[in-house]
Ligand binder design. Structure first.
Ligand SMILES: *Cc1c(COP(=O)(O)O)cnc(C)c1O
Length: 471
């Protein structure tokens, strides 16, 4: 039992400078608990002979390593080296710095969220977003909720609760997660009336389906799949014309809602909200964090008549955005007022419109630095995917670096170590290689990315090596 005399007492560890510093940031309680866990591990190791000695400094080092690992935030920044610009699992759209700043400021203090500062009277939190969306899209009015799924449920409920909504079988989409059009429809209380077939739906199909209980006509953008070959879809213009004839509102679920047409960057056929408004759709719905490049939100733009009714629905309260989202959204929309600013300052649009020669140069420079580190890195032309769950079919040309693991290493082991590294790096794996796409890597992340690769693949010691602690 005498080996246990080597165990440093808790108070001695607490007095070690490195631990005292940690106590200031994490709090005494958390640190004391960490010390107990580490001492327990050391005690077991001394008893079973797997450890023969321990000094207070050594124990303190283990405590610091353990706490740094265990108590670091669970939600942390990740370097996205996948090239997938709208990566749903990685938070979809990174914000413009000024939009992130607006959210930060809104979070830290008080703000005129629902107060008109001129009159001192209560105002709507939707006013700033409404003003900017109407300017950008030409809509009469607009409002914002938590996401496009909420926007869809709310809109269907207000426009067509208990009534039939006519939708093409070719547009009965599942977006992923639990967004499936038939389920969204029934959750809203509207009745789905399917028309046409998977590949062909004609305007006559909609017209035949119109009856005394029809509430609305709907168009859903098939954002995550393509039907090719013998196909026919009714245009929004035709649908609006039919709606006018029968006095029925047309709901346009646009999904991404590209304020600036992304066709020049290789994204064809993305619905443009301005277009839906010009054509006369009652409402158009789109996400805040897809091609808009802002925070998670669902925008409902449309006629004053319908927006007023939507805002009066009790679900509006349940779906409304918080102050940080609204602050970031306002700033994002403000950036969109100028297309050049939007392309430069909104990361999603900057990445989407990145010049292919610039990407090649960045890939070559990164690849060269990797070779210098002793990695087997090959630079080549490749394809980037715009979205994970959002626009997964859309590919744009890019340049990537393919790293062949050292002998005896497996690509998926390396990928895991990269993900759990500091900073965390998420890369693609393709046929046994680690693929790095600079398109989604911010330039100030290049050096940290190289450092993580060096540590993980070349086994350079990681200063935050986890200590295994039982219990
Ligand atoms: C993405 C998408 C949605 C869901 O939007 P969220 O903001 O993720 O809720 C709805 N409809 C379409 C057509 C979409 O592309």
């Amino acid at each position: 039992m005498s080996v246990l005399r080597m165990l440093p007492p808790v108070h001695r560890l607490l007095a070690q400078p490195s631990i005292a510093t940690l106590s200031e940031s994490l709090g005494h309680q958390v640190v004391a608990e960490g010390i107990r866990l580490v001492l327990e591990t050391i005690r077991k190791e001394l008893l079973d002979g797997s450890r023969v000695s321990i000094s207070p400094e050594e124990a303190a080092g283990m405590v610091v390593a353990h706490l740094t690992q265990k108590e670091r935030p669970q939600i942390r920044a990740v370097i996205n080296a996948t090239g997938i610009i709208l990566h749903t699992n990685l938070g979809r759209s990174p914000l413009a710095p000024t939009a992130a700043r607006a959210a930060y400021d809104a979070g830290r203090g008080y703000l005129n969220l629902e107060m008109d500062l001129e009159s001192g009277k209560r105002s709507s939190r939707q006013t700033p977003v409404r003003k900017l969306i109407t300017r950008l899209t030409g809509a009469e009015s607009a409002t914002a909720v938590n996401n496009c799924a909420a926007a869809t449920i709310l809109t269907l409920r207000v426009l067509a609760q208990g009534k039939e909504v006519i939708l093409s079988r070719g547009q009965l989409i599942e977006i992923g997660g639990s967004f499936r059009m038939p389920d969204i429809m029934s959750a809203s209380g509207a009745i789905l009336k399917e028309v046409g077939t998977t590949n062909i739906t004609r305007i006559g199909d909609y017209e035949k389906a119109i009856g005394p209980n029809t509430g609305a006509l709907m168009r859903v953008h098939t954002s995550n799949f393509k039907v090719v070959g013998f196909t026919k879809e009714v245009s929004l213009a035709e649908l609006v014309e039919l709606g006018k004839k029968h006095n029925l509102p047309v709901i346009d679920d646009a999904g991404s809602g590209a304020i600036h047409d992304p066709t020049p960057y290789g994204l064809k056929g993305e619905p443009i909200p301005q277009e839906a408004m010009r054509l006369g759709a009652a409402v158009t719905l789109f996400s805040g964090d897809k091609l808009l490049g802002g925070p998670q939100a669902g925008i409902i733009a449309g006629t004053r008549y319908w927006i007023e009714r939507i805002e009066k629905d009790p679900l509006m309260r349940a779906f409304r955005c918080d102050k940080m989202t609204l602050a970031a959204l306002e700033e994002t929309l403000r950036i969109h007022l100028d297309p050049d600013r939007a392309r430069k300052e909104l990361p999603v649009l900057a990445m989407l419109s990145a010049d292919i020669t610039d990407l090649e140069n960045r890939a070559r420079s990164l690849g060269g630095r990797m070779l210098n580190m002793g990695l087997d890195a090959l630079v080549s032309v490749d394809h980037a995917f715009v979205g994970g769950g959002t626009l997964p079919e859309e590919r744009i040309p890019t340049w990537t670096i393919r790293i062949t693991p050292h002998r005896g290493q497996r690509a998926d082991d390396i990928a895991k170590k990269l993900r759990t590294g500091e900073p965390a790096v998420v890369a693609r794996i393709d046929t046994g290689k680690i693929v790095i796409d600079p398109r989604t890597v911010f330039t100030d992340q290049e050096q940290p990315l190289l450092d993580t690769l060096n540590r993980v693949i070349n086994h350079r010691p990681d200063s935050l090596a986890p200590v295994t602690v039982s219990g």
